[in-house]
Structures are given as C-alpha cells and as structure tokens.
Design a protein around this ligand. Sequence first.
Ligand code: HEC
Ligand code: HEC
Length: 368
Amino acid sequence: MSLPVARVSFAGVSIARVSFTTLLVCATLTACSTPPGQPVSGHAPAAEAAVPAWVFPLSAPIRAAPTSAMMPTTTAPVAATTPAAATAPDTIKFIHLPNSTAGFTRAQLSNRFAAPDWYPTSHAPMPDVVARGRVPDLYACGYCHTPGGQGRPENAALAGLPSEYIVQQVMDFKSGARRALLPGVFPPADLMIHEAMQTTSDETRIAAEYFSRETLHPRVIVLERSRVPRTQVVGSVYTPIANGGEEPLGTRLIELARDGEQHENRDDQMRYVAYVPPGSIARGRALARTGDHGRTVACVTCHGKKLQGMAAIPPLAGRSPSYLLRQLLAFQTGARSGPATQPMQPVVANLDISNMIDVIAFAASLPP
Ligand code: HEC
Ligand code: HEC
C-alpha cells in the first residue's frame, strides 16, 4: 500500500517530510504503544486509545484517515495563506496590529530566534532564552509560546504553570519519558523535543521561573454546537474557509483561529474559538467534580477546585482545549509516561474520546 507523504509547513517554513504511516496505524488500531485490549497502565482495562486524525491540524489532508463517526467530514486541503517554502518571507513591508504600536515584517515574524513582542508592557522583561534563544540551535521559547507564555493551540500556554512542573516537563522531553503523541506526525511537538534537547538546565530554570510568574489571560471561547465552519489549516491551527459553509461537528473538538492571518501574525491577545458537541460542558463538569460514578477520578481533587492547579500539579482552567486533549491521549497511549504521570494513569484508563472532549470542554470554559 502506498501511503501519502506530505511536506508540512510550520510558521511558513517547510521543515519536514512527514509520512502518515504512524498516524494511520495508530488511528486505525486500538492504541499506539499498547496492544489492543491491553491495559495502558496496569491499573484498569484501557478504554479505546485511538488517536483520531483531527487532533492534529496538518497542512496536508490525511486522505486515508479513518471514516468513523469521529470524523464525519474531512478537512479541506492546504491553506492558501501559508507562504510556500520556496518563497522567502517578505523583508520590507511592515505588518501592524490594531492594538499595538509595534510592526514586524513577515521575515521577522518567521525568525525563531526573536519572539515577536506585540505588547511589550503585557509581561515582565523577557530573559534572553525566552526572547532570543541561542543561535544556531535553541529557538526563543517566546517565539512559539509567545513572549508572555500565552501559548497557541499547537503548543501550550506556559504562563502560570508551576516552575518545578515546567522544569520537570523539559527533563521528561529530554529523557524520552514525554514523547510527542505521535512522533513525526505533528511538527510543533517534534520541535519542542528538539528544543528540550538543546536547553541547558540553567536556561530551563530561568525560562521556568519567568513563565511561572506570568498570568494567563482568557485565550479561548468554548462554544457548544452541532455544526461548525468548514476549516483549513494555517500555521498548524484550523481556520474557517471563507464562504466555506458548515459541516457536522460529530464527536470532535475543533479549536480554530477565526482570523487565520491574526494567528499567523502571532497576535498573543487574540481569542481562539473551540467548538464542542452540545451538552459537553455539563457532562464534563460531572466528570471533573465527581468522577461520574467511577468512570474517572475527580479532577478537582488534584488540579484544584477551579482546576487552577495545586502545588506542582498544573492548572487546566482556560487552557487550550486542543492541547489538553492531545495530552489526555498522550497519557492514555503512554506517550507521556514516567513516574510523574502515574497519578494520571487511572484517570484516563476508562475515558473514551467523547468523555475526554467533555471534561476538556469544561476545563477550557473556566476562567484561567
Ligand atoms: C518551535 C516551537 C517551540 C519552542 C521554540 C519551544 N516550545 Fe515548548 N512546546 C512546544 C510545543 C508544540 C509543545 C507541546 C508539545 C506536545 O503537545 O507534546 C510545547 C510544550 C512545552 C511544555 C509543556 C507544557 C505543559 O503544559 O506541560 C513546556 C514546559 C515547554 N514547552 C517549555 C519550553 C521552554 C522552556 C522553551 C524554551 C527553552 C520552549 N518550550 C520552546 C513548542 C515549542
Ligand atoms: C491523583 C491526582 C490527579 C487527578 C485525580 C487528575 N490529575 Fe491530571 N495531572 C496530575 C499530575 C500529577 C499531572 C502532571 C503529570 C506530569 O508531570 O506529567 C497531571 C497532568 C494533567 C494534564 C496535562 C497538563 C499539561 O499542561 O500538559 C492534563 C490535561 C490533566 N492532568 C487532566 C486531568 C483531568 C481532565 C482530570 C480529571 C478527569 C485529571 N487530570 C485528574 C494529577 C491528577
């Protein structure tokens, strides 16, 4: 069988030739790293640990993706707004945002060694590792995670995460205890692992202390809908196709940038919109607060009453739901393993994708 191979572009820069073999295998079988029917953790029989293709916004269509109820329709191919790899980004024309006095060219906005700082007064002065990284191999943390750690749906918000949790995660990326949900499929996650490999413990500590003191601002609006705009992918995020009409949401969580250009411009004050099935938030509230008759362990016992985190346990409230959903799948498939993840293993053991969407919809709908 010949499988589709596509050049995937990230932030306008084509970085990798990605084969979808892994994705197809994982998306079709019960679990990626666990044989079907085997427990993920040894605590309880695993629920279906399939990784649906739609959790990865990819600039190329996944043609052979599973045709299950999870994916009622396919996402349209390749976005037009991401410049082709061959075209060098513009170095002359300055781009502006309505609420900022700054201006950056497309070339500046594509430079991973300089985090575009649209709102310099919205965060503390950035340490060097966050603002610039270190040439030639360590990209600026603030380029991807934004200067104040507000994050983007294809990565993660770092603002307000416990400092020791940030350090531990970078160590886990380095040691392999935390892998990409499906390595080689979603370029941003592979880039984070590259990043962790390059980081010294001093740089990690400095970045962790900085981001943990920043405050996450409301970043996402969660909407319950049975139909959603048809989407394409820009910069590893879904965005509506202009005049593209709607399609059924089905059992999916689609977080999108209403304005793809604003996302490409790395505006860290923009709000993303997450569409979830009707009733998700109420069902998720029950799962989070009580465990819903033993289906899971009540999230509030560890992540805090308002899911704003406790001690070194990370906050979930108001964080990107597509990021959080990929993490629940990562715990379930074993992509996130190692001692620190043990408390999460019984939590995900019996959750199916629909339960995961529900509990994440609830978490993301709370104020950060
Ligand atoms: C090229 C883009 C990129 C750069 C640069 C980058 N990251 Fe990341 N980071 C990501 C992505 C993507 C993820 C999500 C990975 C996943 O889903 O598995 C992530 C995740 C993380 C997480 C996990 C957050 C959580 O809630 O568990 C931490 C911590 C982190 N990054 C720290 C850093 C630090 C510190 C730096 C700078 C030294 C940095 N990152 C630079 C892309 C990047
Ligand atoms: C027994 C304690 C415990 C319970 C209950 C629990 N968690 Fe966690 N959770 C943790 C710990 C500890 C971590 C950090 C794991 C690590 O370091 O990798 C975590 C991490 C996470 C993450 C990753 C966050 C990030 O920034 O990457 C998500 C998502 C998550 N939990 C969701 C949930 C949900 C949803 C529930 C309820 C259904 C829940 N957790 C219940 C302890 C718990």
